[in-house]
Structures are given as structure tokens and as C-alpha cells.
Design a protein around this ligand. Structure first.
Ligand code: G3I
Length: 380
């Protein structure tokens, strides 16, 4: 560990101006680390963000809080704004965790992402949404509830949310072209049009984002582009397309990301990388039912991740940031899906293992991926 820190320091300090260095709170007896601040290096173009866990005030330690405030200029609530977390019981909204996040962001001069108004995946809504007493709700009642939820949430934080993820994960590249969920079953496949129009009406100044996964995949990219064009043709405002970017080592995405940003810009929409992480344990075997039983037994790096693997990971982060910086006027934001490996969702999904997908390790030490990004940003 100690060896890592000193190697890290040397790599960091090389080639960076003193003004872009910030001190991280000392860890126990160690001297404070001088780290370049990604947010400062990027200068807001793009914004550099992180997802923040619910109850971050208790769940993050002092090191993690220092990283959050010094490195990032945008924060996304990882879970507390999702409908199922916010309003588990009908009529009982738990705004406390969001309020605290918004206050913390203000103190740190950070922008806040509204994640997410509607998450088009079964399970990502409260149990009561599609019920009406002992029977199923009808579509009118469901839309009334969606409308009331969106109005309540967006109005409360109007002027304090930089960008709303209006809709999450609607598109599929195979038939019927969208993910069939309770939302599409009850509201029909065109509900995104109503949703985007409603969001634009409530907060004309906030950026409106369509957010999806595997956007770097050309087939999905094409389908997402067609979907967003159809929204535009129906009179909707879509400012940003969010590419979640849950990547893994070995992914070769630079070229696709480059063309993605350009293709979206051609229809007047900017890009964001909304949930970036790079899994060091390939998930490919998990998606094949035949190899899944073996896949879920994998936990190759339970103590620490070998440097050679971290270098491969840095390569993937590097390719994302190269493409971002080559197209920076069309990129709104790059958000990491977490702060350190200690609290990353990749430790639990799609199976439990000790994972290492982010820029800082479990002891909050910067990893090769961090150095590599800092270097690219420092070149601007
Ligand atoms: O907090 C409870 C805990 O009390 C309980 O014991 C435990 C048992 O399962 O669950 C805990 O809640 C979990 C929550 O994460 C907090 O860790 C939920 O089960 C789990 O479903 C939830 O997963 C989140 C997932 O979205 C589902 O909404 C992940 O943390 C979060 O990282 C992930 O984020 C999504 C983005 O919003 C959209 N894009 C994809 C990304 C990954 O699915």
C-alpha cells in the first residue's frame, strides 16, 4: 500500500502545474497527498462527476469525502432519487437524503444530476404504482401518478438541478425496439413523448437527458439515435444523450465513442458519460447461461488488484478520455459511477466479488487510471 502511494505521487506530480494540485486529507500517519484535481484540470469542459451513495454523510469516510469535494464538480445520487427509494409508501416522500446531497453540492460548488425521473426497468418503481386497491390500476391513473411525481420532484429542486435524467433505459435494438416493462404495458410505447414534454414545461432551464446503457455498441447506438430523433420529431427537447459506459477491461471503445459523439452532435444533442466504470473481471461468461455457474464463482482479486490488470484498466479509461477531449465541445459531462472501489456497485453486480472498477482503490489511493486521465486533461 505504502509503496503504491509513493509511486502514485511521483507519477502524478510529473508534468502538472502547482496550481492544479490539491491536498487530500492525510491518511493516519501518512503525509497529505498532493493530487491534481480532475475538476480543475478539465475546467468544466467537460464536467467531471461522481455518483454518491445514499447517506453519504455516514457511508463515506474522511478520505472519500475529501476526494468527492476536491476531484468532482458534478454529483449524481446513485439511488436516493429513484422513485422506489424516494416514495416506498404511497404519499410518503423521503426527501432528506436528496436535500442533504443538494446542500453538500452547493457547499462544494458542484452541479447536481437528477437521476432519474423514470427508470424503464421492472423493479425500479414502488410496488404500489400499478395497483389500485385490490386490482390493477388503469392507464389514466398510472399517468396521473407519473405526472404528479415528476411535478413534485422537479418543482422542489427547480434551479438546483443542472441536468435531469428524464428517462432511463427505454431502447432495445431488437424487436419491438423498446424494453417492454410495466411502464410500456400501462402507458403505451409513446409515453416518453409525454414525459419529455412535461419535464421541459416544468424546468425550461435544466438540461434534459435520455440515459441508456451500451450506447458504445453500434447497433444500440443506431437505435438510440433513431429514438431520440423520433422524440425531436414529436416536439420534445432532448439536450443530452447519456451513455452509462459500464465498461470492462479489454473493451476497445475509443473509435465507437468518437463516432457516437459526432453522430449525436449532428442532431443537435450533446453527449455525457453518465456512469463510467471499468470492471476488471470480465462479465462476458456471466451472460451465457452455460458458463454462468462458473462465472459467479470468480473472485480473482480478493485482496488487491495486480498492477498489470490496473494498467489494462487505465487503457480503457484513457481511450474514453481521448475521445472525450477530441470532441469536448460536444461533451457535457463524464461521471464515474462511485468514488472509490470500496463502495462501488460492481462489488455486487452481476455477482458478488471484490471489484476494482473506479479511479481510487479501497484505501482511497489513486490508481493508474487516475494518472492517465489527469495527464490527458492536463494537455488541454
Ligand atoms: O439498501 C438496501 C439494503 O438495506 C438491503 O439489505 C439490500 C438487500 O438487497 O439492498 C440494499 O439496496 C440495494 C441498493 O442498490 C443499495 O445498495 C438494492 O437492493 C439494489 O437493487 C440497488 O442497486 C442499484 C441499482 O442501480 C438498482 O436501482 C445500484 O446500487 C446502483 O448502482 C444501480 O445504478 C444503475 C443506475 O441507476 C442506472 N444505470 C445502471 C446502474 C446499474 O444498474
Amino acid at each position: 500500500m505504502i509503496k503504491n502511494i509513493s509511486t502514485s505521487r511521483r507519477t502524478f506530480l510529473h508534468g502538472l502545474s502547482a496550481s492544479s494540485l490539491v491536498a487530500l486529507a492525510p491518511r493516519l500517519s501518512a503525509a497529505p497527498m498532493q493530487l491534481p484535481a480532475l475538476r480543475q484540470l478539465a475546467g468544466g469542459h467537460p464536467l467531471i462527476g461522481a455518483a454518491v451513495p445514499t447517506h453519504f454523510d455516514k457511508r463515506l469516510n474522511a478520505q472519500e469525502k475529501a476526494i468527492l469535494s476536491s476531484q468532482f464538480d458534478s454529483v449524481t445520487p446513485e439511488n436516493c432519487m429513484k422513485w422506489q427509494s424516494l416514495c416506498r409508501k404511497q404519499g410518503e416522500y423521503n426527501f432528506g437524503p436528496i436535500d442533504r446531497l443538494v446542500e453538500m453540492a452547493k457547499a462544494n460548488k458542484q452541479k447536481v444530476v437528477g437521476h432519474t425521473l423514470i427508470f424503464n426497468r421492472d423493479g425500479n418503481y414502488p410496488d404500489w404504482l400499478f395497483r389500485d386497491g385490490g386490482k390493477e390500476a388503469d392507464s389514466k391513473l398510472v399517468w396521473k401518478r407519473v405526472e404528479a411525481h415528476v411535478v413534485k420532484l422537479m418543482t422542489r429542486y427547480k434551479g438546483r438541478i443542472d441536468s435531469w435524467d428524464v428517462l432511463n433505459e427505454f431502447v432495445e435494438s431488437h424487436d419491438p425496439g423498446y424494453r417492454v416493462t410495466d411502464f410500456t404495458r400501462f402507458l403505451g410505447k409513446d409515453y416518453p413523448v409525454r414525459l419529455f414534454k412535461l419535464a421541459a414545461e416544468i424546468d425550461p432551464k435544466a438540461k434534459l437527458t435520455y440515459n441508456d446503457f451500451a450506447v458504445e455498441n453500434p447497433k444500440r447506438q443506431k437505435a438510440i439515435l433513431a429514438f431520440v430523433r423520433s422524440l425531436q420529431d414529436s416536439g420534445c427537447r432532448v439536450d443530452v444523450i447519456g451513455s452509462q459506459s459500464h465498461l470492462e477491461i479489454g473493451d476497445d471503445v475509443g473509435k465507437n465513442i468518437n463516432s457516437m459523439i459526432k453522430n449525436f452532435a449532428a442532431i443537435g444533442v450533446r453527449s455525457a458519460f453518465t456512469e463510467l466504470d471499468v470492471d476488471v473481471i470480465s462479465r462476458k461468461l456471466f451472460w451465457n447461461p452455460k458458463t454462468r455457474p462458473a462465472a459467479v464463482l470468480q473472485n480473482p482479486y480478493p485482496v488487491s488488484c495486480p498492477d498489470e490488470v490496473l494498467q489494462q484498466q487505465a487503457k480503457v479509461y484513457h481511450s474514453v478520455f481521448e475521445a472525450v477531449m477530441a470532441n469536448r465541445k460536444n461533451v457535457d459531462r463524464v461521471t464515474m459511477w462511485g468514488i472509490t472501489d470500496r463502495n462501488s456497485w460492481l462489488n455486487n453486480w452481476p455477482w458478488k466479488r471484490v471489484n476494482h472498477g473506479l479511479l481510487f482503490d479501497r484505501a482511497s489511493a489513486p490508481k493508474p487510471a487516475f494518472h492517465s486521465i489527469a495527464k490527458i486533461l492536463a494537455r488541454r
